[in-house]
Write a protein that binds this ligand. Structure first.
Ligand code: NDP
Length: 263
C-alpha cells in the first residue's frame, strides 16, 4: 500500500445519512465516495448535475447509496428548503460536510466587490446556511457531526487571498462557536474543521497553470516538510475519522492536513 492510497481508515457509518457540498469534484468528491463506502447514504451537492451524477454512480456502483442535488450553496432560499426536505425524506441528517469553496485570487487594491462577495458567499455564508438548517434536524435526532473544510489560508495569510483567507478564518470562528452552542450531554453533536494545505485538485491545478508547474513543485518542496502535494483522499480520511464514533469527544477543533506545512 502506498502512503497516499485511500481507504487506510475503516469506519462503519451504516444507517447514517450525510450531506457533502462541493461533491462534484476534488476533495468533496473524495469525501462523498469515502462516506458512501463507509456505509452512509450521501446527498451530493454542487451546481454541476452531470459531474454530481458521476460521483453518485461511483458510490452506487461500489454498492453504496447516494443522490445528486444541483444547488448553489450560497442560495439562502434553496439551501434551507433542500436540507429540511432531505431531513424529512431521509429521516435524519447525521453528517454535514461543508466543503464547497472557490478562490478569486487577486491583490487587494485590484479586488472587486464581486471577487469579495462571491468568495465570502460561497465559502462562508454557505456554511452558515447549511449548518443552521441541519442543526435543527440534528438537535431533533440528538446526534450529528458537522465538519467544515477551511484551509491553511484561514490560519496564516496568503498574498492575493484576502477574500479567501477571510472566508476560511471565518469558517474556523464559526466552527468554534457552533461547537460550543450545539454541544450538550444529551445532543451528541460535534462541530470541527479541517484545514487542508496544498491538495491536488482543479483548484490547485489553476494555480499551477498561472504560476507554472515547476515553480509550484519547487515551492512545495521548500515549504511542505513531506515535500509533496496531498491527495483529496487524504483529506477524506480525516473527515471519516471525525464523522466516526471514535471522534465522539473531539469538538470545536481544527485539524490541519497539510504535510506539516504549518508545523
Ligand atoms: P475544486 O475547485 O476542485 O471543487 C470545488 C467544489 O465546490 C466543486 O464541487 C464545485 O462544484 C463546488 N462549488 C463551488 N461553488 C459552488 C456553489 N456556489 N454552489 C455549489 N457548489 C459549489 O476545489 P477543491 O476540491 O480543491 O476544494 C474543496 C474545498 O477544500 C474548498 O472549500 C477549498 O477552499 C478547500 N481547500 C482546498 C485546498 C486545495 O489545495 N485544493 C486547500 C485548502 C482548502 P460546482 O462547480 O459543480 O458547483
Amino acid at each position: 500500500m502506498s502512503d497516499t492510497e485511500p481507504g487506510r481508515i475503516h469506519v462503519d457509518l451504516s444507517g447514517k445519512t450525510a450531506i457533502v457540498t462541493g461533491a462534484s469534484r476534488g476533495i468533496g468528491k473524495a469525501i462523498a465516495i469515502a462516506l458512501g463506502s463507509a456505509g452512509a447514504k450521501v446527498a451530493c451537492v454542487a451546481r454541476n448535475k452531470e459531474k454530481l451524477d458521476e460521483t453518485v454512480s461511483e458510490i452506487t456502483s461500489a454498492g453504496g447509496a447516494a443522490e445528486a442535488f444541483a444547488i448553489d450553496v450560497a442560495d439562502a432560499e434553496a439551501v434551507p428548503a433542500f436540507v429540511e426536505k432531505l431531513a424529512d425524506d431521509w429521516e435524519s441528517v447525521d453528517i454535514l460536510v461543508n466543503n464547497a469553496g472557490i478562490t478569486r485570487d487577486t491583490l487587494l487594491p485590484r479586488m472587486s466587490d464581486d471577487d469579495w462577495d462571491s468568495v465570502i458567499s460561497t465559502n462562508l455564508r454557505s456554511v452558515f446556511l447549511f449548518s443552521r438548517a441541519a442543526s435543527g434536524a440534528m438537535m431533533r435526532s440528538k446526534k450529528g457531526r458537522i465538519i467544515n473544510i477551511s484551509s491553511t489560508s484561514g490560519l496564516a495569510g496568503n498574498p492575493a487571498q484576502t477574500n479567501y483567507s477571510a472566508s476560511k478564518a471565518g469558517v474556523i470562528g464559526f466552527t468554534r462557536t457552533a461547537a460550543r452552542e450545539l454541544a450538550s450531554k444529551r445532543r451528541h453533536i460535534t462541530v470541527n474543521a479541517i484545514c487542508p494545505g496544498f491538495i491536488a485538485t482543479d483548484m490547485t491545478a489553476a494555480l499551477k497553470e498561472a504560476a507554472g508547474e515547476d515553480a509550484i513543485e519547487k515551492r512545495i518542496k521548500e515549504i511542505v516538510p513531506l515535500q509533496r502535494q496531498g491527495e483529496a483522499e487524504e483529506v477524506a480520511d480525516a473527515v471519516l475519522f471525525l464523522a466516526s464514533d471514535s471522534a465522539s469527544y473531539i469538538n470545536g477543533q481544527v485539524l490541519t492536513v497539510d504535510g506539516g506545512m504549518t508545523a
